[in-house]
Each structure stands twice: as C-alpha cells, then as structure tokens.
Ligand binder design. Structure first.
Ligand code: AQP
Length: 355
C-alpha cells in the first residue's frame, strides 16, 4: 500500500438519551462525512460498562442509539453501523494497546479525572483503560479520520501516540512482513502499520455546555434533565428547557468580544449557530442588542423545527426492532471481516504463534 485509504470511524456510548451536544458535536458530522468517505459508525457498548457495570437496559439503549444514527440520516447499506461487542477484535487490540500505552499517559487523561472524581482508587480499571479501547476501536480498521466533540480531543491525541509507539517498536517486523504504509510524520516519511488519525473537530458546536451551568459540558449522565435537550424531547419540553436555561440579565452583544465571561450566553449562541450552520459572529449580527426574552423563543422554535423530524423518525425506526437488530447484525459481520484482517497482521507483527 502506498497510502492509507481514507476511512472515517466514530462511536457513541449507549449510556442514556442522546442530547443536542452529541447531535451537534458528533452525529451531524457523521452524516456530512458519509457523502465523501467510507464510514464506520459504532455503538460502543463495551465502553458503557466502564462507569456502570450493570445496565438493566443495555440492549434497548443500543437499539435507541442505532435508531438515532439512522433517523439522523446515516445510510447503513453504503456504510457500516454496528455495536462494538459483536466484534471482539476491538477488545483484543485494546489488550495489545494496554501493553503499548504507559500508565502515566492514562493518568493524564482529563476525562478519567472528571469521571473518577475524588474516589479514584475505586474507579474501575476499565475506566482508566478506556482511551486504550477507544484507540483500538479506530485502529482495528486503520481509520484515518474521527469526527468527535471537543471533549474527545485528548483521547484522539493519545491514539496517535499509541499508534506511533507501536509503529516504532515494531518497525523491523512491519518492514520485514511488508505490511506498512508510507506516511508523513512532520518532515519525515515513515513506514508504519497504524495511521496517525486526524480528529474532525470544530465549528461553533464542538462543545455544547449544560443549560444549567455554562462551565460544564452537556452530558447524558448529568442528573438534571433540565441541563440538556434530549433528541427525544417533545416541542413543549424543548421550549421549557430553553426558557429555563440559565442566562444573565444583559442583552446579546453584536461582537464576539461581548461574549467574554458570559459562558451561558455564548453557549446559546453556539447552539443557534450549530443548528443553522451559521458562525457565532453571524448569529450576533442578527440578534445583537436583543434581550434573551426575544432570543430564547427564536432558539426554541429553531430547535423544535430541526429536532422534531429526527424524534419522529427515531420513534418510527425504534418500533421496528427486527429491522434495527438486522442492521447491527449485518454491520457487525462486515466490520468483523475488516477487523480480523487487521488483527491477523497484528498477531504476525507481534510474533504470536498462530499455527
Ligand atoms: N456537550 C457536548 N458537546 C459536543 N459534543 C459532545 N459529545 C458529547 N458531549 C458533547 C460528543 O458526542 C460523541 C458521543 O459521546 P459519548 O456518548 O461517546 O461519550 P461522552 O463524550 O462521554 O458523552 P456524554 O453525553 O457526556 O455521555 P456520558 O454522560 O455517558 O459520559 C462524542 O464524539 C463526544 O465528543
């Protein structure tokens, strides 16, 4: 191979209702990227047990995320949609990466610190090793691009570090077996087995914050339902949540500088921009000088207009459980074949006796 084939991979955990942050930060990008690239989208159920081992409704949550992918416009025939636990090569490569990565690298991950909180000793080993499994998710397909929200940036950088260390540690075997691919690393052209994946992050909605606290990201696991807009919320609920969203008493500014130190105001402007594909600057040009009593209803109408069709489609697709399961089964088979091809080379590179 002379260059890695462009391939997009990303995943979402089945840990609760999808919210506007997941949609604007990730799923909308998934949909846009499928027009020009080969894509694999995964419901990462193995990740969901890192923070909470027992889930009464894991299978239904998995179906619900799948329905959200399909309702948002992901095409499971042209691309691959599946749930992670069907393809055990993810876990196999994660074990290899656990041995490539260093404990210090994992200890530096801010998401681990946030999720483990003060009681770190009591967090699962899986939560600490989560980024290693995430790296394996992408590298088991030798993916080149990953659309994610800003909160995942550090994990993507870690994936590049793991890939680079594997490529360096096994450079001799990779060359000997002829399974490497030429790639540019800084000034140098090197031959490696795993690509250095690029994150696809950006735009005004890369990090949507809680509606109750502009310093915390919108999250499925926030105990307050008022903190997020779920993709399944009805029009009244969306309007109520936006009406109750925390703001300040000042009018919206006309320039970005005027949003400094006003995280809640900036968040609502970012949501409006994300939903309309405008920049925050353009939103401020439109609404600068207006009070939240004017802006909030406009935002609520927009959110309802954009999200209601997805919620309706999700309900329709979710009602056909046989169809949803068949999408995951078919996707799992196709993903499994690709993952096994990578793992066959990995086992050979590492020298595991296989015959
Ligand atoms: N607030 C957000 N703004 C923008 N993007 C976001 N994402 C998550 N929250 C925001 C992006 O959504 C994708 C799927 O996320 P995930 O379910 O795999 O895990 P997460 O990042 O841990 O999301 P949550 O909602 O906060 O879930 P819990 O509460 O279970 O941890 C990712 O691309 C993520 O960046």
């Amino acid at each position: 191979m002379t260059a890695f084939q462009p391939l997009v991979f990303s995943g979402v955990q089945p840990t609760g209702n999808l919210h506007l942050g997941n949609y604007l930060g990730a799923i909308r990008k998934f949909v846009a990227l499928q027009e020009k690239s080969d894509c694999i989208y995964c419901v990462v159920d193995l990740h969901s047990i890192t923070a909470q081992l027992v889930h009464g409704d894991l299978a239904d949550q998995t179906r619900s995320i799948t329905a959200a992918f399909l309702a948002s416009g992901i095409d499971p025939k042209k691309h691959i949609v599946f749930n992670q636990s069907r393809v055990m090569q993810h876990a196999e490569l994660a074990w290899v990466f656990n041995c490539v990565a260093r404990i210090g690298w994992m200890n530096r991950m801010t998401q681990f610190k946030d999720k483990a909180g003060k009681d770190r000793e009591n967090a699962s080993l899986g939560l600490l090793a989560y980024p290693s499994l995430m790296a394996a998710d992408m590298m088991v397909y030798r993916a080149t691009h990953v659309p994610v929200g800003d909160d995942q940036k550090q994990h993507v950088e870690l994936t590049r570090d793991i890939a680079q260390k594997f490529n360096n540690d096994f450079s001799g075997r990779i060359a000997e077996l002829g399974v490497g691919v030429e790639m540019q690393v800084g000034e140098e052209t090197v031959n490696g087995f795993f690509p250095l994946i690029e994150p696809v992050i950006g735009g005004p909605a890369a990090r949507i914050m809680s509606l109750r606290d502009g310093s915390k990201k919108m999250s499925k696991s926030d105990p307050s339902d008022l903190s997020r807009i779920n993709l399944t919320d009805d029009a009244d609920t969306i309007s109520k949540k936006i009406r109750k969203a925390k703001t300040d008493p000042d009018a919206l500014p006309s320039e970005m500088d005027g949003l400094a130190g006003r995280p809640e105001a900036e968040n609502l402007v970012g949501i409006y921009a994300g939903l309309t594909d405008m920049t925050k600057e353009a939103v401020l040009q439109q609404f600068g000088g207006q009070q939240f009593s004017t802006f909030k209803p406009a935002l609520a109408d927009l959110a309802v207009e954009k999200l209601a069709p997805i919620a309706g489609e999700m309900r329709r697709i979710s009602a056909d459980r046989t169809y949803v399961d068949s999408v995951l089964r078919d996707g799992g088979e196709r993903a499994g074949a690709r993952a096994e091809a990578t793992m066959k080379s990995v086992r050979e590179i590492m020298g595991f006796l296989q015959h």
